[in-house]
Write a protein that binds this ligand. Structure first.
Ligand code: HEC
Length: 133
């Protein structure tokens, strides 16, 4: 009986988490798509960044696009701050990033944030969840 109960609980929980994973997976897939069309040219494949050192200004005196994969400080920003950066770009901060406010819809922007989150190592995701979720 005990085993049966455990099996049922396991089945129930795997079902519901399966559904959740499915919807977040498709969101992440959308985010990856949007990323590869709009962001990859500066932030690199899987958000790894293109510059050797994102903390060093380039020859034009601009900071290069930072990696978004958890090795820089993207994960210090709340989801609404990330959304703000996606909308407005870096011009406010004297930066180079263009804003995407009218170029992406809300679903695409949210998917981007989910995709960026999915690039982080799990210990960073847990810290992020503690702080912002
Ligand atoms: C033309 C190059 C360029 C493109 C395209 C670009 N970015 Fe950026 N991004 C930058 C730069 C450069 C910065 C650093 C701030 C600045 O200089 O504006 C930055 C900063 C950021 C930050 C803040 C990172 C942090 O650690 O604080 C996020 C988040 C971000 N970009 C996401 C995106 C997303 C998502 C896209 C695609 C929709 C995108 N960027 C497209 C160049 C770009």
């Amino acid at each position: 009986m005990k085993i049966l109960t455990i099996t049922i609980i396991a089945l129930l929980t795997s079902c519901s988490s399966g559904d959740k994973e499915k919807s977040s997976e498709s969101n992440i897939a959308l985010g990856e798509n949007v990323f590869n069309q709009n962001c990859v040219s500066c932030h690199g494949s899987k958000g790894r960044g293109l510059a050797e050192n994102w903390k060093v200004k380039d020859e034009n005196g601009n900071f290069p696009a930072p990696p978004l994969n958890g090795t820089a400080h993207t994960w210090h920003h709340s989801p609404s701050q990330l959304l703000y950066t996606i909308n407005k770009g870096g011009v406010d901060m004297g930066g180079q990033m263009p804003g995407f406010e009218g170029r992406l819809n809300e679903e695409e922007k949210q998917a981007l944030i989910d995709y960026i989150y999915s690039l982080w190592p799990s210990e960073i995701q847990s810290k992020y969840d503690e702080r912002f979720k």
